[in-house]
Write a new protein. Structure first.
Length: 82
C-alpha cells in the first residue's frame, strides 16, 4: 500500500509504508506542562525543512505522523537532501 495524495498537502497512508520511526518520551515530571508540544512544534519545522511530509493516519487522533520518501523514485529535489 503506497501513500497517496491527501488534503492540504498531506498524504494518506499507513505507518507500515514508512518502517522506521521516532518518538519522544518525556519524564513524568515534565509531562502535562507544554514541553511535549514545544518539542513537537520545533521538530515538525525541522523535519519539514528536510522534505518530510505529513501523513494522515486514520484512527490515531491528534498524533502527528510524518514520512520521507526515499529510493530511486523519491521526490527529494526540492529538499536539502536532494
Amino acid at each position: 500500500m503506497g501513500a497517496g495524495p491527501g488534503p492540504a498537502g498531506r498524504r494518506t497512508g499507513h505507518p507500515d509504508d514508512y518502517p522506521a520511526h521516532l518518538h519522544v518520551d518525556l519524564l513524568p515530571a515534565h509531562r502535562r506542562s507544554g514541553h511535549g508540544r514545544a518539542l513537537t512544534t520545533a521538530a515538525r519545522a525541522f523535519y519539514d525543512r528536510l522534505g518530510f511530509h505529513r501523513i494522515d493516519v486514520p484512527g490515531t487522533g491528534p498524533l502527528p505522523y510524518s514520512g520521507l520518501e526515499v529510493g530511486p523514485n523519491a521526490r527529494l529535489a526540492d529538499s536539502p537532501l536532494g
